[in-house]
Every structure is written in structure tokens, then in C-alpha cells.
Ligand binder design. Structure first.
Ligand SMILES: Cc1cc2nc3c(=O)[nH]c(=O)nc-3n(C[C@H](O)[C@H](O)[C@H](O)COP(=O)(O)OP(=O)(O)OC[C@H]3O[C@@H](n4cnc5c(N)ncnc54)[C@H](O)[C@@H]3O)c2cc1C
Length: 269
């Protein structure tokens, strides 16, 4: 990295990005951009420090989280749903959580990013500097675009979902290999509009739309069949951490566990 730009507004950041294109990268927390794992090379770093909101605000419409809000801020704020805090805590080092921003987490679009499945399962929309109307986070992740994220928004109706997160990692300090989140409204132990998201099995975190529609309006009667359905839907690759068949099996188990917990949370409502 040869040049470090400190724009004074998101608009100025976009102008610099436009000018240097693939030679430039936004930097918010810097935990990924500055890590040894980061193999891409850039000559221009564009700092987002101080120019994007880091505010968390809850209104009657929903919960809005500024892109520069850190994982530790999310954990500390009483307005934030527990399932989001649980996801943030999966990054075990507090030092790292003090740096990692939600904008950087979404922008890095890592398949196994710990918070992405929960954001997907809560129907989160994101505002971009180029499109402030708000687009579903699922569209953004699948597009693989590098647009500037300004904020994430969870509508108040979605905050009423019962939502659970499950993960697999080899040790308590390891990065997660797989992360599953499920959410649903629950009526008499039946799913209503369930959402299932899974990270670590494809290039980006994904929703399992087909399985969601099979479960809608049903009880969770057979977790074995859910496990098999998930395993046959996803296409993970072998990695040094675990084999593809093992990932498929684990993905099924984690999704079934998350769904089961979601129904339990819904109780007899
Ligand atoms: C020791 C260590 C352990 C970690 N463990 C985990 C773990 O267990 N699980 C996990 O999920 N992550 C882990 N990570 C953190 C990983 O780097 C982050 O998940 C996080 O996504 C990066 O956030 P950041 O704010 O630091 O982003 P940066 O490093 O600043 O940026 C990351 C990417 O996002 C882009 N970007 C930044 N801000 C924005 C924005 N507002 N809009 C659009 N694009 C943007 C950047 O251009 C860059 O491409 C770990 C990191 C370290 C160093």
C-alpha cells in the first residue's frame, strides 16, 4: 500500500475509488485488509474513519446500524437483539471486536463471516452510497459488488422473529468454519415464514430458499430429513480444515439445531 487517503465525506471516498478503481480498497476496521490472509494487493487505501455513521438507533420502524459501528458496540448496546450479540461474540478476541465494523464485515463478504447468516435470517437491508433506498443484503452478497455500505437496517416486523445461530469451529479460539442461522414466526409450534441462512459452504453466505418453503406452516417433525435435505442442497469444497462431505453433514446438523431452537423459543405462542 503506497498511498493512504483520508476523505472527509462518503462522496469524496467514492470519487477516490472511482479514480483508482481496482488499485484501491476501502479500509474501515482494517482487520481483514491488514491481515496476513489478505492476498490482494492495492496501492491506494481509502480510510472510512470518521466519515460513516457508527450509530445504532432503534425506532418504531426498526433497527438501523451505521456501517462504522463495531462488533463490540453491538454487544454493548441494549437495543441490539441477543442473536446479533451472540454472532459478534464468535470473534473471540475483544481487541479484534473493537476494530471490526459491520460495514467491513458486509463489505468483506466472507463466506464464513460470523454475522452474515444472522443478518440474512433477519431480512436485513443495506443502504449503499450509490443507492440509498436499501437493498436486501442477500442481493448485495450474491452480486459480489464492492459498493460502499452506509448502514444496515432490520425492520421492526423482522425483529419479532425467533432467531437462532449455530456454528462449528475446531477450537474455542478458531475462526468458524460453518455458521447457520434460522429464524421464524412460530404459531402453535408451526413455522411461519421461516428463513434459513448458511455460511461456509458456498462462495458467499446463502439462504436455503427451497427448504424454507418446505417447512413453512409445518412443525419440525423430523430433523434427520432436514439434515439430509440441507446436505443435498449445498456444495462445499474440501479444505485443509475439513472435507466437503463432513461440511455437508455438519451444515445439516447445524441448520436442524437452529430450526429446533427457533421452535423452542416460540414456545406455545
Ligand atoms: C485475528 C483475527 C481474527 C478474526 N476472526 C474472525 C472470525 O472468527 N470470524 C469472522 O467472521 N471474521 C474474523 N476476522 C475478522 C475479519 O477481518 C472481519 O470479519 C471483518 O469482516 C472485517 O471488518 P473490518 O471493519 O476490519 O474491515 P476491513 O478490513 O477494513 O475491510 C474488509 C473489506 O471490506 C471492505 N469495506 C470496509 N468497509 C466497507 C464499507 N463500509 N462498505 C463496503 N466495503 C467496505 C474493504 O474494502 C475490504 O475489502 C478476524 C480478523 C482477525 C485479524
Amino acid at each position: 500500500m503506497k498511498h493512504f487517503h483520508q476523505p472527509s465525506s462518503p462522496e469524496e471516498a467514492l470519487v477516490i475509488k472511482e479514480k483508482y478503481g481496482n488499485q484501491s480498497v476501502f479500509v474501515s476496521g482494517g482487520t481483514q485488509v491488514n491481515s496476513c490472509d489478505f492476498k490482494e494487493t492495492f496501492t491506494h487505501a481509502i480510510s472510512l474513519e470518521g466519515i460513516l455513521s457508527d450509530t445504532i438507533s432503534k425506532t418504531e420502524h426498526g433497527l438501523e446500524i451505521g456501517a462504522n459501528c463495531t462488533f463490540q458496540q453491538l454487544i454493548n448496546d441494549p437495543q441490539v437483539p441477543q442473536v446479533i450479540k451472540n454472532a459478534c461474540r464468535l470473534i473471540t478476541s475483544r481487541n479484534i471486536r473493537n476494530r471490526v465494523t459491520i460495514g467491513g464485515h458486509i463489505g468483506s463478504n466472507r463466506s464464513n463471516g460470523v454475522l452474515l447468516p444472522v443478518l440474512l435470517a433477519l431480512n436485513t437491508t443495506i443502504k449503499l452510497a450509490t443507492n440509498q433506498v436499501g437493498i436486501p443484503i442477500s442481493d448485495f452478497l450474491l452480486s459480489g459488488k464492492t459498493s460502499l455500505v452506509l448502514s444496515a437496517f432490520i425492520p421492526s416486523s423482522e425483529l419479532k422473529r425467533f432467531c437462532s445461530i449455530k456454528h462449528y469451529r475446531r477450537s474455542a479460539n478458531d475462526r468458524c468454519i460453518l455458521v447457520a442461522a434460522a429464524s421464524s414466526f412460530v404459531v402453535n409450534q408451526h413455522f411461519r415464514n421461516p428463513l434459513i441462512a448458511l455460511g461456509g459452504v458456498e462462495e458467499t453466505a446463502i439462504r436455503l430458499y427451497e427448504i424454507e418453503s418446505t417447512l413453512d406452516s409445518h412443525m419440525l417433525q423430523n430433523t434427520d430429513s432436514v439434515e439430509l435435505q440441507v446436505a443435498s442442497t449445498v456444495h462445499p469444497e474440501d479444505s485443509i480444515h475439513c472435507s466437503a462431505p463432513f461440511k455437508k453433514h455438519l451444515a445439516g446438523v447445524l441448520v436442524a439445531q437452529a430450526l429446533s431452537e427457533t421452535i423452542s423459543m416460540g414456545g406455545a405462542s
